[in-house]
Ligand binder design. Structure first.
Ligand code: HH2
Length: 288
């Protein structure tokens, strides 16, 4: 039984009451509740705020299509995005979180704000996806005080200015060092390894060259066998390599997810769940 094998080899991510086994590449479906996310902004918004019916229908469709986790976010972190207030982010995220928790899945909340994380954890979210990589002490404490999983992502700079002039001497070594350091801090705060996954943060303070180098060297970024999460879906990198506008980047995104999975990504964060699931099935068949 591959699930048992994965569990006994420690290849799992513990997310509160739920356990994600990692014997194959898992799919995290993206649900952005923002007006301004670069590829799917405004999808779920009406004059009266977030349209819960619409979100529920999309979430259920993603689960039918093969999503293993759902990632809900109330703040766009695209390059140059304007910050959102705590009240606004809570208002977008918490009702949707409560709705998604009724479904049979793992629910992740994409936030950089400790207050939003605390509210999400109190509501029962399974995973905090922190694009600031637990650099905020209050965020570290919020996660440590729960039993939820956490995704520690690398970012150089802040979304406001991160793409102005990203620079590294050795991008792979520097991203890895950051991830190692933050794993150390998480452990010291009492978060066990089984609850941690790591993400190089494609597009977060990186040029096309940096992104390509990180993808080529993905295996070198693994710290102590911890799971790797990769988000390349519809990103600028796909556009730069193909000339495709943001709405036309599905094929390139599927290819990128597949390449990441082949290089060891345990979870791929994607907008196009059905297409990615189909591609990953081919990879699985070739692997086994
Ligand atoms: N990328 C985005 C947001 N959150 N989280 C992780 N762990 N890894 C990523 O690569 C990642 C992420 C950006 O994509 P998206 O959510 O589609 O856009 P926006 O930030 O504009 O909402």
């Amino acid at each position: 039984d591959p699930a048992l094998r994965a569990a006994s080899s420690g290849a799992v991510l513990q997310t509160g009451a739920r356990t994600l086994t990692l014997e194959r590449t898992r799919i995290m479906g993206v649900l952005n509740l923002t007006p301004d996310s670069f590829s799917d902004g405004g999808r779920f918004l009406s004059d009266r705020g977030v349209d819960l019916q619409l979100v529920r229908a999309e979430a259920e469709a993603m689960l039918r299509a093969g999503a293993d986790l759902l990632d809900v976010g109330g703040e766009s972190t695209r390059p140059g995005a304007a910050p959102v207030s705590e009240a606004e982010e809570l208002e977008r995220v918490i009702p949707v979180l409560n709705l998604l928790l009724e479904l049979d899945t793992i629910v992740s909340v994409d936030t950089r704000k400790p207050s939003v994380a605390r509210a999400a954890l109190a509501a029962g979210c399974h995973l905090i996806n922190d694009v600031s990589g637990l650099t905020d002490e209050a965020m570290l404490e919020a996660v440590a005080g729960s039993s939820a999983g956490v995704c520690i992502m690398h970012m150089q700079g802040q979304p406001e200015d991160m793409q102005v002039d990203p620079s590294y001497t050795d991008v792979v070594a520097e991203v890895r060092e950051f991830l190692e350091r933050q794993v150390g801090r998480a452990r010291s705060a009492g978060i066990p390894d089984a609850r941690i996954c790591l993400d190089p943060g494609f597009g977060f303070g990186k040029t096309l060259t940096h992104n390509l180098e990180l993808l080529r060297s993905l295996a070198e970024l693994r710290v102590d066998g911890l799971p790797l999460l990769v988000g390349l879906s519809r990103k600028r990198m796909i556009g730069a390599l193909t000339g495709a506008e943001v709405g036309e980047r599905m094929p390139g995104s599927v290819a990128a997810a597949l390449l990441a999975a082949e290089r060891g990504a345990n979870i791929v964060r994607v907008h196009d769940v059905a297409e990615t699931a189909q591609a990953l099935k081919i990879l699985e068949a070739v692997r086994t």
